[in-house]
Design a protein around this ligand. Structure first.
Ligand code: F6R
Length: 364
């Protein structure tokens, strides 16, 4: 049941700390501060390229994985939604491998991509939440997210658990390829193991996000902006808002704004910015400032360090706990999901069963 929660989605949002803890402890050893992955179906040191494919939110988790794997493991990654990948007829490298991501393990397009990849001689690893699913069975190996059953149609805890697994895979693959040292592995592991308690801190700040939701619920259109590994989280924020509140939302790479979407900016369009301090902060902040200069209402998620500079032009600044750049996509996913939830509640929509959507899309 929902316990004392109004919706399954709310209950599942509040399971983030537990689910992240369970998933991370499955693949990280807190004692040795090392990654502890099941045997991969490919040799990470020998594989020439990786294909990542999935649908919807699961694809966005894969997209964050691409940023992490390319960065930490220096392994080229191709990422595409399964419904495009399967018809693109992409050349697949000999000795190549793929990672498919799915909560249900039954999504028809992702299953079709799996079969195509196997026919193309790729070794396939799936990241799934349902151990007895078709995808887990047909892949060469499966890594499980430890999210438990997810009832709300809009993915929440399964998404962040997918991110947690992708993070562990990126460290492990980076280590195997010699681009992550033992010291780096320990540092990254320690940082990830703090994510569950930071997630709890964010959930405790619900009131701030509810106040932001009141503003967002009045809008007809909303933009989400992020750079680097926060770009897929901007896409996730927009997807979740569309799905459950039926408000039109778009996610963009912050640097792409000036190439078109900035034409949409006026005082009626809230701009939700994901802008943690770190190497990409200055560039993102300057994109936001451009939007603010055109009347855009900037609502920024950042951390204590980013809050100062952003509050010079942003209408609202929410300072999340300060974490290393590596963990920021996981932590920023939580408030954007929470925001979508509160906006949907204000709009009075059917949060757990949004119109036209099914939990598992088993038709192509
Ligand atoms: C978004 C959402 C969907 C799913 C997508 C893939 O909130 O839930 O976009 O992520 O349908 O489903 P799975 O992960 O079961 O393959």
């Amino acid at each position: 049941g929902k316990g004392n929660h109004r919706h399954f989605m709310e209950k599942e949002l509040h399971e983030h700390p537990a689910v992240l803890g369970d998933t991370l402890r499955q693949y990280l050893d807190p004692g040795t501060q090392a990654v502890r992955l099941p045997r991969l179906p490919f040799d990470p040191a020998a594989v020439p390229r990786l294909t990542i494919s999935a649908c919807g939110s699961a694809f966005l988790a894969g997209l964050v994985g691409r940023y992490w794997i390319e960065q930490l493991a220096r392994l080229p990654v191709d990422a595409d939604v399964a419904s495009e990948f399967r018809y693109r007829n992409p050349p697949l490298p000999s000795g190549g491998a793929a990672i498919l991501v799915s909560q249900s393990g039954e999504t028809a397009d992702t299953m079709a991509a799996l079969r195509l990849l196997k026919e193309g001689g790729q070794r396939v690893l799936s990241v799934v939440n349902v151990p007895e699913s078709s995808m887990a069975r047909e892949s060469d190996a499966a890594v499980l997210t430890v999210a438990g059953p997810e009832i709300g149609v809009a993915s929440t805890k399964a998404f962040t658990a997918q991110l947690a697994v992708m993070a562990c895979l990126a460290i492990g693959i980076g280590r195997a390829r010699g681009h992550v040292s033992a010291a780096d592995e320990a540092k990254l592991t320690a940082a990830l193991l703090q994510v569950p308690s930071h997630a709890a801190e964010i959930l405790a700040r619900d009131a701030e996000i509810q106040a932001l939701a009141v503003e967002v619920a009045k809008a007809r259109d909303v933009l989400f902006l992020g750079r680097g590994s926060l770009f897929p989280i901007a896409l996730e924020g927009a997807l979740k808002l569309k799905e459950i509140s039926y408000i039109h939302a778009e996610g963009y790479a912050a640097g792409e704004m000036k190439h078109g979407p900035i034409a949409l900016i006026d005082s009626n369009v809230p701009v939700i910015a994901l802008c943690p301090s770190g190497p990409l902060f200055e560039k993102t902040a300057s994109n936001l400032q451009e939007a603010a200069a055109r009347g855009g209402r900037i609502m920024a998620f950042t951390d204590e360090e980013g809050a100062g500079p952003l509050s010079r032009f942003a209408e609202r600044v929410i300072a999340l706990p300060r974490v290393g750049a590596f963990s920021t996509p996981i932590l920023h996913a939580i408030p954007v999901q929470l925001l979508a939830y509160h906006v949907a509640v204000l709009k009075g929509t059917d949060v757990d069963q949004p119109r036209n959507l099914a939990k598992s899309v088993t038709v192509e």
